[in-house]
Write a protein that binds this ligand. Structure first.
Ligand code: PFF
Length: 452
């Protein structure tokens, strides 16, 4: 078997991991989930979730990946605990599952860039979304998005993922800053800022049961946890990297980009008097073009801003999609010595097929998203935390210290992981299970609505 690849540079790893973390979750989901859950107060709970749960959990995945130096499922055998292989398997399955509908949404974004160029997406937002989000049109764009994803992953770690994300992540930041500056000039933008940044804690107190899992779920999803992705990416890392510094840098950048996206989306909507929140996956695709169509300066300004806005989302979505595919590809390449190109193409084709129902009908997409994010993700994180906290134990401390100067911080981290993080994730899983099985009205009902 050929020698296993590594990242060419540490920055390469960091940008790939940030590229994975920054995705539809930040630019599309985060501003809306924030506005649905009370604005600034939600932001505070979210920041807490990143710090208290997200950061310790990302370090747990890094520890598994780097110590094993192989992809997620084989990692547990390499670590001398072969019976725990299913932890990695749940993650890889979750990645596969999630990519199937993530790519469908990526396809819509692709279409919206075209719709901004022609102006059609802005002329009749609701009708446009209704037409492109279902049926053959949506299946076609889903196929194109998957093809691009496959192409990058097939090129490998250094020549594919590292190179692509080195361009993509800076591009996302530059374009988002540009959009935020533009949004600041809009009349009425200040109301958007106030809503986003001035907390009303009463909202949280009165909706504690729903705000808490929403914030923690968003934090885990946004940091790409639970899907064996961070395990896989860290497996290409060298011994001299400081995992705590890397984890902290990724968490801070990811959060900053989410907040930046909020500073674009909320002023834009408030400036046009559009109610944020509600509406499921279609919300951004209808609300944003509606706002764009009414921008001061006329149609061309709206179209130009639309191209940049959907361009940012497309790049962010792609750099996340490649990490999801990589988790599964690395498993086959590492364990069976398959070569990359046919593996990426074959797995990509299966993911495409799995996504066809979601592309065909958004009710299926909602269902896939519900199972993926509400069930598989927290379950996978729970297993990782349990494994690193209680099974790997001292080995984990040893690995976290390798290449870093963290000293006693590593012991505190392990203690925190096996108590507080574990407890909170158990609560999130329990609340989500309740949501999934016992409350049919939430839309996450276990039986997909098209079959009910
Ligand atoms: N973090 C990505 C986002 O916020 O859109 C989604 C994601 C990518 C989740 C990769 C999980 C993952 F493994």
């Amino acid at each position: 078997m050929a020698e296993r690849e590594t990242w060419a540079t540490r920055l390469g790893f960091l940008l790939a991991a940030i590229g994975s973390a920054v995705g539809l979750g930040n630019i599309w989901r985060f501003p809306f989930i924030t506005s649905e859950n009370g604005g600034a107060a939600f932001l505070v709970v979210y920041l807490l979730a990143v710090l208290v749960i997200g950061l310790p959990a990302i370090l747990a995945e890094f520890v598994i990946g780097r110590r094993a130096n192989t992809s997620a499922i084989g990692a547990f055998r390499k670590l001398g605990r072969p019976g725990w292989w299913f932890v990695g398997a749940v993650g890889v399955i979750a990645a596969f599952w999630t990519l199937s509908y993530y790519s469908v949404i990526g396809g819509w974004v692709l279409r919206y860039i075209g719709g901004s160029v022609t102006g059609n997406a802005l002329a009749a937002p609701e009708g446009y979304f209704g037409a492109i989000s279902v049926g053959l049109s949506s299946i076609g764009t889903h196929a194109v998005f998957m093809l691009i994803t496959i192409g990058i992953v097939a090129l490998g770690i250094e020549d594919g993922i590292e190179l692509a994300t080195k361009v993509m992540v800076p591009a996302v930041v530059v374009m988002l800053v540009g959009l935020a500056v533009f949004a600041a000039t809009l009349p009425g933008a200040s109301e958007g800022y106030a809503f986003f940044l001035d907390p009303d804690f009463d909202v949280i107190v009165s909706n504690f049961g729903s705000v808490l899992p929403a914030a923690f779920g968003q934090a885990l999803f946004s940091l790409s946890l639970g899907f064996s992705v961070m395990i896989t990416y860290a497996s290409y890392l060298g011994e001299d990297d400081s995992l705590p510094v890397d984890g902290f840098s990724i968490a801070v950048s990811n959060t900053a980009i989410g907040v930046l996206a909020g500073l674009v989306v909320l002023p834009l909507l408030f400036a046009q008097g559009i109610e944020a929140g509600g509406g499921g996956p279609g919300a951004v695709f209808v609300a944003i073009p509606t706002a764009l169509a009414e921008l001061p300066g006329g149609e061309l300004v709206g179209q130009a801003v639309g191209i940049v806005f959907f361009g940012v989302i497309l790049i962010a979505a792609l750099s996340s999609a490649i990490s999801l595919l990589e988790a599964a590809v690395a498993f086959l390449v590492d364990n069976y010595g398959f070569s990359r190109l046919p593996t990426a193409a074959g797995l990509g084709a299966v993911v495409f097929a799995l996504g066809i129902p979601s592309a065909y009908d958004t009710a299926w997409l909602n269902w896939f998203d519900g199972i993926g994010v509400t069930l598989l993700l927290p379950l996978a994180v729970l297993l990782v935390v349990l494994f690193v906290g209680w099974v790997l134990g001292r080995d984990a401390i040893d690995e976290l210290r390798t290449g870093s100067t963290s000293g006693s911080l590593a012991s505190i981290w392990l203690w925190w992981l096996r108590t507080v993080v574990l407890a909170v994730v158990v609560i999130v899983v329990a609340l989500n299970l309740w949501d999934l099985f016992a409350t049919p009205d939430t839309g996450y009902y276990f039986i997909p609505s098209p079959l009910r």
